[in-house]
Design a protein around this ligand. Sequence first.
Ligand code: RIB
Length: 309
Amino acid sequence: MITVIGSLNMDLVINTAKIPRPGETVLGKSFKQIPGGKGGNQADAAAKLGADVHLIGCVGDDAMGAILKNSLKADGVDADAILVKTTAATGVAAIIVEASGDNAITVAPGANYELTAQDIEAHRSDISASTILLLQLEIPLDTVRASLNIAKSAGIKTILNPAPAAELDEEILRAIDILTPNETELEFLSGQKTKTLADIESAGNSLIQKGVGELVVTLGQNGCMHINQNGAKHYNAYKVKAIDTTAAGDSFNAALAVYLDAGKDMASAIEFALKVGAMTVTKEGAQTSLPFKYEVDDFDNWRSSQVLK
Ligand code: RIB
C-alpha cells in the first residue's frame, strides 16, 4: 500500500496564448475548475495505475472540498483520512496554461496548511502498514517532518517530491530515501548550478552527502537522471506533443511509487514513470490528464497514434 500525505486544491485553470508578464493583462480562451493539488494528483495517479492508495490531507468545509474528496474516491483512492477543517477554505490553485503547454501556478493553500503533526500521528498505524510514503511540500514542513519520522521508525521507503521548493534541514534530508526534484528545485536545495548533466550529478551528490538515499531528478523534455552512491544514469524522455504540463511531475512520482510498491527495480520504475509523464502532458488539467493502467499498458500503440497526428 502507498500512503500519500499532501495537498488537495481545486485548480482554476485559464488557457491563454502566452502567460502574461508582470503588469500585463491578457485575454484567456477558456476557464475550467479541475481537481488538483500535488498530494491529490499523486494519490489519484497511483490509484489509476492500479495501486492500493491511502491519502491523508485536508479540505475546508465547503463545496470544493466535497467535490475533491468525491472525485478522488471515484478514482479508487481511499479518501477516509481526508480531514474536513472548519478553520480554512479548501486550497485553490490559479493556473495559467499557455499554448506551448507550459504553465504558471499560484497556490492559496487554505486548509492544506491546517494539516498538523498531530493529525498525522493519529494515522501512525496506517502509515506504518504501508510500503511507501509519498510526500510533497504543499503542507507545513513540520507535518512533513512528522510523517517522515513515523515512516522511518516503521522502516518504510520514503519518497519526497520537493515541490514547491523549500529549505530542508539535515533531519529531513536523512529521512528521505528517494528525492525527486526538478532542476530548479535541485538548484535551490543544493545551492549549486544545474545547467548540465554533470552539474546535476554533482548537485545530487551534494544532497546524498547530506543523507538523502538517492535522487531521481526530472528534466522535462530532457527526461530524468537517477543519482545514487554508485553513480548517475540519464534517461531520455518520450517525445510527444505537449498540450498542458500540469501534473506531469505528479504522475511521474506516482508511477515511480507504484512500480517500487510492486517490488520492481528502480530502472523499470523510471521507464514506467517516463511513459506515464509523457501521456499526462498530452491531456488538459491535473487529475483529468492522469492515465489509467490499461492506457499505459497500450503505450506503444498510443505513441504511434500520436506520431501519426
Ligand atoms: O503539480 C500540479 C499541481 O500543483 C496543481 O494541480 C496545483 O493544484 C498545484 O498544487
